[in-house]
Design a protein around this ligand. Structure first.
Ligand SMILES: C[S@@+](CC[C@H](N)C(=O)[O-])C[C@H]1O[C@@H](n2cnc3c(N)ncnc32)[C@H](O)[C@@H]1O
Length: 216
């Protein structure tokens, strides 16, 4: 059974997408997509992960191409239009995407980063993609944010980059923003009064999050 997080990622993929699953690990997502007749290639930098992915694919009697590759290095991207990168940190994700030529055919990126989501939004939108969709999922007591980027340009405010232009406007995400508010308020309580700058910054974020919650 696919994790809730990977199910949410899969929900952003449709039948016309030709998918590169970069950092596929056990290839669970690739297998799920291939079973739904979606063209997918599974790739990972780690030889052990790739070997296990191949075993899992064989067990399912599926014909999914696999490539051992650091990011897009060994992959011919021409026949693909979608890249999925999930379960890594923003700096690794940005390194993988730092390849203009290989991104030429790629109109859609589905990214789930484990950290620095604001930097991810900022840098990927500067690369010529805009934010088409954003989802949040609570899986095993942890919130994950999944972003779908499409080729094109849009301007974003600091608040958009920080909290998500789609995410922060969707009523369904109230619980997530309430969780963020609780987290920030708890941190504020721990910060000594002498740490004026940090407290000021936290208070600013608390105000923004409250505004998001009240507007939804
Ligand atoms: C935590 S797993 C996530 C697996 C799967 N994408 C998911 O979301 O469940 C991260 C995977 O990314 C792979 N990885 C890390 N850096 C990579 C890179 N530069 N190129 C390709 N794969 C990479 C790791 O080997 C590992 O299998």
């Amino acid at each position: 059974m696919l994790s809730l997080r990977l199910q949410k990622i899969a929900s952003l993929i449709n039948s016309s997408d030709k998918v590169l699953d970069i950092g596929c690990d056990h290839a669970y997502l690739s297998i799920y997509l291939a079973k739904r007749n979606i063209k997918v290639l599974a790739s990972d930098v780690n030889a052990k992960a790739m070997a296990q992915a191949r075993i899992n694919i064989k067990k399912e009697n599926l014909d999914i191409p696999t490539i051992l590759s650091d990011g897009l290095d060994n992959i011919d991207t021409q026949d693909f239009n979608t890249i999925v990168i999930s379960g890594m940190g923003t700096s690794t994700i940005l390194k993988i995407l730092n390849n203009k030529e290989k991104l030429q055919s790629i109109s859609k990126l589905i990214i789930q980063s484990n950290n620095n989501i604001c930097e991810l939004r900022e840098k990927v939108t500067k690369m010529g993609y805009f934010i088409q969709n954003e989802l949040v999922v609570l899986d095993n007591h942890k919130y994950y944010i999944i972003i779908e980027f499409q080729k094109g340009k849009k301007k974003y405010s600091y608040q958009d980059l920080m909290y998500g232009p789609v995410l922060s406007k969707d009523k369904k995400n109230k619980e997530y923003f309430s969780h963020l508010l609780d987290k920030n308020e708890a941190i504020l309580k721990q910060i000594p009064k002498s740490n004026i700058r940090y407290r000021h910054n936290l208070k600013k974020h608390i105000r923004i999050i409250k505004k998001i919650i009240n507007n939804n």
